[in-house]
Design a protein around this ligand. Structure first.
Ligand code: HEC
Length: 156
């Protein structure tokens, strides 16, 4: 047994593995979609999970704009709606899904959760409706950007 060869072989294998994981982390598991977007391939249960999170994001936006439009706004309710879609929501995403999502997707998604927390802080600090709407608009710009870039497909 030549230990040096074994050592080099192990190092090479390690580097290849690290490279594959890094490439996955950046590119995710994707293919070109028929409509010009990039399709992210997830297992059906993973897709269900991410889409449920999407619907919760829309509910958070809905919760905040509904309070803003009310004649006697319940700011605690608006703050709670935003906070519910903050970083706490992102914390439990499973690592298998994270590897399948492209880096740009993860960054856009994380920026939304972070800004939902900033929005909740802004509401708590008594920002004006205009300031709050500006925050929401900067977020919905990212919702639509991401929707124009990606869609989900499923693998078995
Ligand atoms: C990082 C990318 C990304 C961001 C940011 C994002 N979405 Fe999505 N969203 C997606 C993708 C991809 C889909 C699936 C689209 C498809 O397959 O056609 C989706 C789907 C949805 C759906 C449909 C859910 C279902 O059950 O079919 C809703 C609602 C939604 N998003 C709301 C939002 C809202 C509201 C925001 C912003 C506050 C947002 N999304 C931000 C990527 C994103």
């Amino acid at each position: 047994m030549n230990w040096r060869v074994l050592g080099v072989g192990t190092a090479v294998l390690w580097i290849i593995t690290a490279g594959v994981v890094a490439a996955l982390f950046v590119q995710g598991h994707t293919r070109p979609a028929t409509d010009g977007r990039t399709e992210i391939l997830l297992a059906p249960a993973e897709r269900d999970l991410v889409l449920a999170e999407m619907r919760d994001l829309l509910k958070a936006v809905h919760g905040v704009v509904t309070v803003l439009g009310s004649p006697s706004p319940n700011l605690k309710e608006a703050e709670g709606a935003a906070r519910g879609a903050g970083m706490a929501m992102a914390a439990d995403v499973n690592p298998a899904i994270m590897l399948k999502l492209p880096l740009a997707f993860k960054q856009l998604g994380m920026s939304i959760h972070k800004d939902m927390d900033h929005l909740a802080d802004g509401i708590a600090k008594g920002e004006t409706s205009q300031q709050i709407l500006n925050r929401l608009s900067s977020m919905t710009a990212r919702c639509t950007t991401c929707h124009d870039m990606y869609r989900f497909g499923t693998t078995k």
